[in-house]
Design a protein around this ligand. Structure first.
Ligand SMILES: Nc1ncnc2c1ncn2[C@@H]1O[C@H](COP(=O)(O)OP(=O)(O)OP(=O)(O)O)[C@@H](O)[C@H]1O
Length: 649
């Protein structure tokens, strides 16, 4: 049997010396040489622990800094015992992160819109009004140009009299356009922001209620991206579709009618050109959108690398991995920059080509319009109105083709957001049982439990596991790393459901209990690595009981959340004092389950349970187990060699 439990293989290969634990008791040093693979290391380790059939390899820093459970769970999962040396970190992403397979939930979307229907209706009406005005303004401009042109031929007519009415109309059209523009942008921003804020909140609540297995599978960075980037993309696309889309369609239809009325001949010319613009634009636009998606995905990848390095800073520092992380980040950054530059090049060429084409159209229209004027078929005002209308059509069509990409992006971003908003946790949390305070004793029983983590169903952690923790007693579970101590606590907290058997408190299966009561009131958890939220110390201490009185708060600051009836602790120096206090009397009358890394803290426990590979191998008091001279005895011997107690198990 081989076990490599503490460190991912590739990281082991970077250490000069490795500490080897055989059956949890002896520590030897193996020298790492250039060119060694993990197989070489294992052979050396086996030679140095002749009789052992199980051993653990630690990188030396581990023994100094303690054990990082999070690191183990995440990285060990991706590294098998005999992986080859490979120092380049590849960023693994969920395969469906950027596929657009997540279905857009229209029903849910309309439910979000419903509370804002009047605001939305007003925004849509304003956008349409702007579009109508945009179609009407060129006609009015034509009238004014005609009056100006007529001045040359009839200088005797009163200019002010002639121009007054059209000018006033024109001014009111411009003012109307400005007012409606203000309204639709303002109202749409209100609807968009409110919908987005609600979606964000619902998404966050839905993520919070997911099973622990979900968090084992998903990466924090990707979840954060859904809450931030995807909601943002969806909101932008929604606003763009309503404002740009509606306006563009109305303008195309309205302006096309105006064009036909002004001059069917000139409209014919425009109609010949527009399809080529649309087809060319759509083709190039789709290429650019693809490039844009790739660039966006690459930027997210860059964020993931940074996020992982920063959140695992201790590991990075302990392995002197700063340079490698910087290199990995630089690689991703450079790829992102290259893609973005390519995109910039494409957009630049597209824009330049479009401008050239549109200006060519203006010249052609003026040329043909001039010809029609010379034959008396058109006036100068008509040519002017035609030009402005034609430009409105071209701009609107270009906007529609861009909008198409934005709609696709918005739908897929929205689909991903709705996928998680609608996601229901697998674990059945409908249990409502609560044990009344005066009936609560704290008898815990694990009965015939079998369990494997949902992300690693093939690796069975506990099998036929039976353990009784009597009420009011302190039970300490000891064992080397990876033997299932934390798993026992996780099952008691019902972070996961057992595959077989049951976990009961006072005879009630934890699956039937009200989860909020079980975790919030019945069980107290002091975790291996204390976590602080970005708030005051007081708020952090209050986290376990927000309604704690000031007296309780002061007391809790020393003894942790007093109201809870069962303590669990995976010990490190921060929580050691708390558990010592618990053992010395604060816990009197309460059941205490101690998951121990340091023997000094649990010697006074009523029952000590020694765990090996998920099985109970010894059980009894400190004195009894010492006499047996078995596993526990060896642990003590090991500790004797380490009087300062810095060594973890
Ligand atoms: N979230 C997880 N997903 C998959 N496997 C896990 C997870 N957490 C732990 N494991 C695996 O389950 C086994 C038991 O781990 P567990 O954390 O219970 O051991 P432990 O005795 O508490 O170790 P430590 O003292 O290091 O905390 C190990 O093989 C570990 O790799």
């Amino acid at each position: 049997m081989w076990q490599l439990l503490q460190t991912p293989c590739t990281q082991l290969l970077r250490q000069r010396h490795l500490l080897v634990k055989s059956n949890g008791y002896f520590i030897n040093i193996v020298k790492n040489k250039p060119g060694f693979t993990t197989k070489h290391l294992f052979t050396s380790a086996q030679k140095s622990t002749e009789k052992a059939n199980t051993f653990l390899i630690f990188s030396p820093w581990k023994l100094c800094t303690g054990i990082s459970l999070g690191l183990g769970a995440r990285l060990l999962y991706n590294n098998t015992a005999f992986c080859k040396a490979n120092l380049t970190r590849t960023i693994q992403r969920r395969p469906n992160l950027h596929d657009d397979s997540a279905k857009f939930d229209w029903k849910r979307f309309f439910e979000y819109l419903l509370p804002h229907k009047w605001l939305l209706a007003a925004a849509v009406a304003s956008a349409l009004a702007v579009a109508f005005l945009n179609v009407y303004i060129p006609a009015m401009l034509g009238v004014i140009v005609n009056i100006l042109a007529s001045m040359k031929h009839n200088p005797s007519t009163d200019f002010i009299d002639e121009i007054k009415m059209p000018a006033l109309k024109m001014i009111s059209l411009y003012i109307g356009q400005a007012i409606f523009t203000f309204f639709y942008i303002h109202l749409l921003a209100q609807v968009g922001e409110r919908v987005a804020a609600q979606m964000k909140q619902d998404l966050f609540v839905s993520i919070l209620k997911q099973d622990m297995a979900f968090f084992d599978r998903e990466r924090t960075g990707e979840l954060v991206n859904r809450i931030t980037v995807d909601v943002q993309d969806f909101k932008s696309s929604f606003k763009q579709t309503i404002s740009g889309g509606l306006r563009a369609i109305t303008q195309v239809v309205g302006s096309a009618v105006s064009l036909l009325v002004i001059s069917p001949h000139l409209t014919g010319l425009t109609l010949i050109c527009i399809p080529s613009v649309v087809i060319g634009g759509t083709f190039i636009g789709s290429l650019l959108r693809k490039l844009s998606r790739e660039a966006q995905a690459q930027i997210e990848k860059t964020t993931l690398v940074a996020e992982e390095a920063i959140s695992n800073m201790r590991t990075v520092r302990a392995f002197a991995g700063e340079a490698e992380e910087a290199r990995a980040f630089a690689n991703e950054c450079e790829t992102a920059a290259e893609l973005s530059m390519e995109l910039g090049l494409g957009v630049g060429m597209f824009q330049a080509g479009t401008n050239l084409f549109l200006n060519g159209m203006v010249l052609a229209t003026m040329f043909l319009g001039g010809h029609l004027m010379s034959t008396g078929q058109m006036s100068a005002g008509d040519v002017m109105a035609f030009l402005v209308n034609a430009q409105t059509v071209q701009r609107s069509v270009a906007q529609l083709s861009l909008l198409f990409g934005s709609v696709v992006k918005g739908l897929s971003a929205g689909g991903r957001v709705f996928e998680y908003i609608n996601k229901e946790p697998q674990m059945d949390t409908s249990g409502k049982k609560v044990i009344k305070y005066h009936e609560f004793h704290g008898d815990i029983e694990f009965k015939d439990v079998a369990f494997a983590y949902p992300t690693r169903p093939e690796a069975v952690v506990l099998k036929n596991f039976n353990l009784k923790i009597p009420a009011g007693k302190t039970v300490a579970i000891v064992g080397t790393s990876g033997n299932g101590k934390s798993t026992i606590a996780a099952l008691l907290e019902r972070f996961y459901d057992v595959n077989e058997g049951s976990v009961t408190i006072d005879g009630v299966d934890v699956r039937e209990m009200d989860c909020k009561w079980l975790r919030g009131r019945a069980l107290g958890l002091i975790s291996q690595e204390p976590v602080l939220f970005a708030t005051t110390v007081k708020e952090n201490i209050r986290y376990g009981k927000p309604d704690a009185t000031d007296d309780e708060f002061r007391f809790s600051a020393i003894y942790c959340v007093l109201d809870n009836l069962i303590y669990y602790s995976a010990l490190d120096s921060a929580s050691e004092k708390v558990v010592q206090s618990a053992l010395e009397g604060v816990s009197r009358g309460r059941t205490v389950l101690v998951i121990a890394h340091r023997l000094s803290t649990i010697m006074n426990a009523d029952i000590i349970v020694v765990l090996n590979k998920g099985n109970i191998v010894e059980m009894g008091t400190h004195e009894q187990l010492k006499k047996q001279k078995g596993f526990y005895w060896n642990l003590i011997k090991q500790q004797d060699q380490d009087p300062e107690g810095t060594r973890t198990l």
